[in-house]
Design a protein around this ligand. Structure first.
Ligand code: AMP
Length: 397
């Protein structure tokens, strides 16, 4: 069975074509600058060099059409006909309270994705465009929607409600949803396997990338997570501020004469590591700057590590203990320095790490130290594979 996985952003599109018989990636790629001057497709067939195609792409229809052309191209293609693709799995950012798991796209599903545009204004319209483009270009091939929010839907009300007037929950569905659900699902499942599939498990998953979130997972189900109504909540990220005193919002709006959209942009695009350092949203740049004596970079990284440790402490209490802490995504998988610094805060919980194993990367790694009360794992996330597996499972039903 061959499954195409598509992740549409507002002006970008990532894809991977899987052979599900052996989970092999046959080709993957990225379309950038859709609808903007300089559109291009970077296509990498397995085992071959990346090829770049530059041509105007006015919308997601044209982008997906070009991807399909390249998938069957005699030179850089990996299949001989599009009919070989059995299904398409789409990442959809926001499923609100309506989706607790992945589902086959129907007119009703599309209507609900549309209903969630307000909650995911940058992603949901693009996700729907991707779905509709595939419907048009591959009629009869099922599309499956995999929601970033779905895995977090098991949270109890005490974790997902905000202490605002109740009517806003009733009228506008204002509550915590959580994101990166596909990643938290993938790594928590793997962590439970690494623990030996116990009947009961308490796992804290730290997805630390450009966007970051942490989830508390009890017996395979999320009971709390750091992101909220939107992915802005939680702790310091590349460009997002994470949790702040909500009164800062009206205070700054008044002081700087800002519109709601302007303050939203400041908190989402100009804050976090970028805002604190005034340099870059990339954690590698901040580390280099810190090593060269930049005090603000040091502050920003100290804050990042401290805030993560605080959430892990909170989730230790929420779970009533912890069997394993998992680190994943760009920073979590690659940066032993941050992992070690975070785990140092956790020594009071009995966490000890193996400094040598903490230097490893590129595989599932147990870097628990001798005598540690909690296991510490590095697990490279694979959201695309999870989407492909969900798609296959739904097609086989
Ligand atoms: P992601 O959003 O998961 O792709 O993660 C992107 C973030 O991971 C960026 O801030 C990168 O700087 C960071 N990252 C990737 N590789 C490393 C590394 N070796 N050390 C530190 N940070 C890294």
């Amino acid at each position: 069975m061959k499954i195409l996985v598509i992740n549409c952003g507002s002006s970008s599109l990532k894809y991977q074509l899987y052979n599900m018989d052996n989970n092999e990636v046959l080709a993957k790629g990225l379309v950038e600058r859709i609808g903007i001057e300089g559109s291009n497709l970077q296509h990498t067939p397995a085992g071959k060099d990346k090829v770049v195609f530059e041509q105007p792409l006015a919308n997601h229809d044209e982008a997906i059409k070009l991807v399909m052309e390249k998938l069957v191209d005699p030179e850089c293609g990996v299949i001989s006909d599009l009919s070989e693709i059995n299904g398409v799995g789409h990442r959809v950012l926001h499923g609100s309270k309506y989706f607790t798991e992945s589902c086959v796209v129907t007119d009703e599903v599309k209507e609900v994705v549309r209903k969630c545009f307000d909650l995911g204004p940058l992603h949901n319209p693009a996700n729907l465009m991707g779905i509709e483009a595939c419907e048009k270009l591959m009629p009869g091939v099922p599309n499956i929607a995999v929601f970033d929010t779905a895995f977090h839907q098991t949270m109890p009300p005490k974790a997902y409600m905000y202490a605002l007037p109740y009517e806003y929950y009733e009228k506008y569905d204002v509550r915590r949803y959580g994101f990166h659900g596909t990643s938290h699902r993938y790594v928590s499942k793997r962590a439970i396997e690494m623990l030996g599939n116990p009947e009961h498990s308490k796992v804290i998953t730290c997805h630390l990338g450009n966007g970051s979130s942490i989830a508390a997972v009890k017996d395979g189900k999320v009971i709390d997570t750091t992101m909220g109504l939107t992915p802005l909540a939680g702790f310091e990220m590349g460009t997002r501020c994470g949790d702040i005193d909500p009164a800062i919002v009206p205070y700054l709006m008044k002081k700087e004469n800002l519109t709601p959209d302007e303050i939203d942009t400041i908190m989402n695009k100009k804050s976090g590591l970028l805002g604190l350092t005034g340099r870059s949203s990339d954690f590698r740049d901040a580390e280099e700057a810190m090593n060269n004596g930049d005090e603000r970079a040091k502050l920003a990284l100290d804050m990042f590590r401290y805030q993560i440790a605080k959430f892990i402490g909170a989730y230790y209490v929420a779970l009533g203990g912890c069997d394993a802490i998992v680190f994943t995504a760009g920073i979590g998988e690659n940066n032993g320095g941050h992992r070690a610094a975070i785990c140092e805060y956790l020594e009071c919980l009995g966490v000890k790490i193996d400094a040598e194993k903490n230097k490893l990367r590129g595989a599932d790694i147990d870097f628990t130290g001798e005598g540690s009360k909690i296991k510490t794992f590095i697990i490279p996330t694979d959201e695309e594979l999870m989407i492909a597996q969900d798609t296959m499972e739904l097609l086989n039903k």
